[in-house]
Write a protein that binds this ligand. Structure first.
Ligand SMILES: O=P(O)(O)OC[C@H]1O[C@](O)(CO)[C@@H](O)[C@@H]1O
Ligand SMILES: [Fe+2]
Length: 188
């Protein structure tokens, strides 16, 4: 394998044409509970798009043994010191894992286990990230352009947003002196 040149991804758009495609846009007004700086949030336009997700569902939701594919595009921006980021979730069937592959931009993937231990992985174009089962995941755009990444997850995984929307992650990602830094979440 050492001498093989890895191909560029060429399926970025092809899989996302045709039937069974879902397109979702999340705006600031949909994400009021995830940002800690409520004063900064209140000053911003709720219609601002934070991220778009295009997903391909070749089988019905809940089908055991199938796989879904999606691309998420997170716009650059911050609410106070916190970067624009996804809602974040555990999977409804907790032990289901997922892969992310970064396409463009610069990001951080936050991973939190069920004991509340949070860690972060840097996302750069081409980086591949394994999200184990029983792990909440959230992605933040820490760059100045769009962060896009593809995701592959089991069609029976489902999304559980409840825990995260209530308590958040145990650590939050903020900009300090121009750098992304994880700090304890006072909400917990
Ligand atoms: O579902 P959230 O937390 O808004 O984040 C969107 C991302 O998560 C997924 O729902 C899958 O885990 C993808 O479709 C997308 O990459
Ligand atoms: Fe997921």
């Amino acid at each position: 394998m050492n001498n093989i040149t890895k191909p560029n991804l060429i399926f970025k758009d092809d899989l996302l044409t045709g039937e069974n495609i879902d397109r979702l846009t999340r705006k600031l007004k949909d994400l009021g509970d995830i940002f800690n700086d409520k004063a900064a949030f209140a000053q911003m336009d709720g219609e601002t798009v934070v991220y778009d997700v295009e997903s391909s569902f070749p089988v019905a939701h809940g089908t055991e043994g199938g796989l879904f594919y999606g691309i998420t595009y997170i716009h650059p921006g911050k609410v106070g010191q916190e970067y624009f980021m996804t809602k974040g979730h555990f999977h409804e069937i907790r032990n289901r894992g997922e892969y992310y592959c970064t396409l463009e931009g610069e990001g951080m993937l936050l991973l939190m286990d069920e004991n509340g231990n949070t860690r972060a992985e840097k996302m750069i174009p081409g980086s591949i990230h394994y999200i184990p089962g029983n792990t909440a995941h959230r992605t933040a755009n820490v760059g100045e352009q769009i962060l896009s990444f593809s995701a592959f997850w089991p069609s029976d995984a489902g999304h559980d947003y409840g825990t995260i929307s209530e308590k958040g992650f145990s650590e939050i990602l903020i900009e300090q002196e121009g750098q992304p830094v994880l700090v304890p979440n006072i909400k917990q």
